[in-house]
Design a protein. Structure first.
Length: 137
């Protein structure tokens, strides 16, 4: 196991892009107990962060499954560089822009500019709509 390489010598730390491997949760907008549900979810997330994640990461990943000390150190570097952002989480809701480079490479296309020109308005509208929906709830 090794982290993604640094872009250049000026990049301070290794970056690990989370992709297709995260759990998300949504709450129906008509939930009548938003405050209670929010408190419950926050408590469960806190307990998981404090009690589940350390055991999983430090015991299972670094001791049981890592082959050696170097692999365990690589896991630390990978975890310390986790990067998760809006585009990755909401990619499907905003027109799939995050996967564009992958799609272009798979089709051996270099038509980024034309794709962007064709889809910019649609993606901007989808982002605006998503943000508006989030602000309502």
């Amino acid at each position: 196991m090794i982290p993604y390489p640094k872009y250049d010598g000026f990049q301070e730390k290794y970056m690990t892009h989370v992709q297709d491997g995260m759990s998300l949760l949504s709450v129906p907008v008509n939930n009548g107990k938003k405050e209670a549900l929010g408190a419950f979810l926050e408590a469960m997330a806190s307990e998981s962060y404090k009690n589940v994640s350390p055991v999983y990461f430090n015991t299972a990943m670094k001791v049981k499954y890592a082959r050696d000390e170097v692999s365990a150190k690589m896991l630390d570097i990978i975890r310390e560089g986790i990067d998760l952002n809006f585009e990755k989480i909401y990619n499907n809701s905003i027109g799939g822009a995050w996967n564009l480079m992958r799609q272009l490479m798979m089709t051996k296309s270099s038509n980024f500019a034309s794709w962007y020109e064709k889809n910019e308005g649609k993606i901007t509208a989808a982002i605006d709509k998503l943000v508006e929906q989030m602000q309502k709830s």
